[in-house]
Design a protein around this ligand. Structure first.
Ligand code: NAD
Length: 379
């Protein structure tokens, strides 16, 4: 299904592969699409969406978690937007046929190796954090840079098998120095653009991969004057995140540690449903998706928080349209989200912070209204 917004020849044109996926994926994706259309139209950008199945939806249609034609469609696009994949219905399928395998295959096919997960405390949501105000200090604003191409999620062997004494399971953590160096250098560059602090998280007291990781960080640090680099074991980093989250600026870490620590970050700022992400590789075509999963217990009830997906749409513009219009559309979305939160609107996951509770669709509409309102004020 192709649909287009805008359309004049002079407009910048962005082809977006749209993969809503499973559970709450389609609901939050629908809100992100509305918001992308509004922000694109405000900036004179034309967006063409090509919607395709992934995960459980694709398994139901084709038997495969990501059909070849979907991979090819993503390759032809300028950016890929994904909702979420997975659910109990597909949990007992063999690994190669599971929804999550489709997402891992997509990341590999697109050559994505850095997953940027900004974790930000919005002032109006300070009371949604489970932390005491004194632990929050001066707020939370960090960028988790998660390595995306290696580690336990891709290393082989990875299997359960029978051995003499019964069943055994093995997973393999595997990293090349090239995989580590490229993501570490990206994190250093981001730290230079931000507050100048880089925390590299590993488990170098136990893991060989972590010792190589540490060596590489130490080997490149002198190329980034002005950045203060620090190492921390992952267990200590988890504790420090809860005790002093305001200390964190850029955090760089391997695949699984990044997956876990960023969910912890989501909890700190009020809800996992708020966190966006951008996965980037060498050729500029990124994958943009909320950090959360398919939240099956919320699916189809208009209860999910769409802001993680909506903020992922902002990242899509920022990274996929590297001219003023991309940054302009992204800024419009970021400002609109802040406006809606300041106006007191909350989805159910943020109920603890008070305010007016609205559903998934209404939250998307409010962000669109705030973008349109911002445009009217400019005229
Ligand atoms: N990138 C992905 O597609 C992705 C990521 C993580 C998990 N998953 C899959 O999602 C399924 C469920 O996994 P899970 O329960 O561990 O993780 P989850 O992120 O779906 O849910 C974790 C918790 O956060 C809540 N939550 C998540 N998103 C929310 C939102 N937008 N608004 C309000 N609340 C929200 C859920 O209700 C649940 O309590 C599994 O099949 C898993 O494999 C997919």
């Amino acid at each position: 299904m192709d649909s287009e917004t805008g359309g004049e020849a002079s407009k910048a044109r962005l082809r977006v592969a749209l993969l809503p996926g499973d559970g709450i994926g389609p609901e939050v994706t629908a809100q992100a699409v509305k918001v992308m259309k509004a922000a694109a139209s405000a900036e004179g950008v034309s967006v063409v969406f090509n919607q395709m199945p992934i995960g459980g939806e694709a398994i139901e249609q084709t038997g495969e978690p990501i059909p070849e034609r979907v991979l090819a469609g993503c390759q032809r696009s300028d950016a890929v937007f994904l909702g979420a994949v997975g659910g109990p219905r597909w949990n007992n399928l063999p690994r190669a046929k599971r929804p999550e395998t489709g997402l891992l295959a997509l990341r590999q096919e697109l050559g994505l190796w850095a997953n940027l997960r900004p974790v930000k405390m919005y002032d109006p949501l300070a009371n949604a954090s489970p932390l005491r105000p004194e632990s929050l200090g001066h707020g939370v604003d960090m960028m988790v840079v998660r390595e995306l191409s290696g580690g336990l999620y891709y290393g082989r062997p990875s299997e359960c098998r029978e051995e003499g004494n019964g069943r055994v399971a093995v997973d393999t953590m595997w990293y090349t120095s090239r995989q580590i160096e490229r993501v570490v250098r990206l994190a250093f560059t981001l730290a230079q653009e931000r507050r100048g602090h880089l925390l590299s998280v590993d488990k170098a007291n136990v893991l060989s991969c972590s010792r190589l990781w540490r060596e590489i960080v130490d080997g490149v640090v002198s190329d980034y004057p002005g950045v203060r680099a620090e190492h921390m074991y992952v267990d200590a980093a988890a504790a420090e995140l809860v005790l002093r989250p305001h200390r964190f600026d850029v955090v760089v870490t391997e695949n699984m540690f990044g997956d876990i620590l960023s969910d912890l970050g989501g909890a700190l700022v009020g809800s996992l449903g708020l966190l966006p992400s951008a996965s980037l590789g060498d050729d500029g075509r990124g994958l943009f998706e909320p950090v959360h999963g398919s939240a099956p217990s919320l699916a189809g009830q208009d209860k999910a928080n769409p802001l993680g997906a909506i903020l992922s749409a902002a990242l899509l513009f920022r990274y996929s349209l590297p001219d003023g219009r991309g940054a302009g559309a992204a800024d419009r979305i970021d400002c609109a989200v802040l406006q809606v939160l300041r106006d007191g609107y909350r989805t159910l996951d943020l109920e603890v912070s008070g305010g007016r509770i609205v559903g998934t669709r209404a939250m998307g509409d409010l962000v669109v209204e705030a973008i349109d309102g911002g445009m009217r004020n400019e005229k």
